[in-house]
Design a protein around this ligand. Sequence first.
Ligand code: 13P
Length: 339
Amino acid sequence: MNEKLLHDTACAMVFPGRGILAADESTGTIEKRFKSIGVENTEENRRAYRDLLFSARGGEEFISGVIFYEETLFQNSTDGTPFPQLLEKRGILPGIKVDKGAKPLAGAPGETITEGLDGLRERLTKYKEAGARFAKWRAVITIGDGIPSDYCIATNAHALARYAALCQEQDIVPIVEPEVLMDADNTLEVCRDVTARTLRLTFQELQRQRVLLEGMILKPNMVVSGKKCPAQADHKAVAQATLRTLRRYVPATVPGIAFLSGGQSDEDATAHLDEMNRLGGAPWTLSFSYGRALQAAALKAWSGRRENVAAGQRAFLHRAKMNGLAASGRWEQKMEKAA
Ligand code: 13P
């Protein structure tokens, strides 16, 4: 394990003012996204759409890394350049989602465990050869009646740490993503408590399994009100609760925190990140690793038509810029209107 390389890569992933594009939708998930714009889910359409995102000129100003789905790692840009090389040439780090998805957890109705550990060492070797510099594994924690159980949180924390240790063995920086879902009707306080339990056990396991904290990135949810909660906490309350919870459970040696957007509106995801950076004083860099909040507008503008590629790229670059500014606490709401 090359500790310096891991640390340098992790720092580059959260370089001030830049963040990560999560474009690692599985074939099933991208099908849902394509359906919303009436595009057929073929390999060529998936390639063309990802090409739009990756070849948007100027994206490197705000984007430090891209998370690929396995298929994408081995695809080419329209001019024949393999996607990982296309990004590296522009100073963007290629990464890969390596988990095999959340599956029902035995004996725990309504809860899941993320699979994909068997054969992971061999897969990582292959991904590294193809150019991957970092990886991602997402654990899913669901809030509901009597859940999450400690059993579910602990089992997922254990798997996250096993994954992270395997990545570091091959000098691949692990993004550790324990996502507490925001889909229920819970209050912000419930999300805060569940997030606290999740982070506590996750870092316990990471340390037990000898993961180098300097060589990883945490990708957590923000502490928000559930989507169906009638009383929605405002941006400031979300920023304060999120920072406070992270401070309690995330060691300062972790170089960076790159949030997921989790179903927040584009602007909320940006405003929350900005607010946290304005509060300041955090020991880690606070950045983004957004999927939907970076892509929704671009996907709609593109709608699968070749003549809309430029419009799709403009929409993507706008969100990348807004989030890049938020990552240094320099975003203002009026910038959205100006665009
Ligand atoms: P969202 O930002 O759409 O939540 O996606 C980020 C991600 O990578 C989820 O695993």
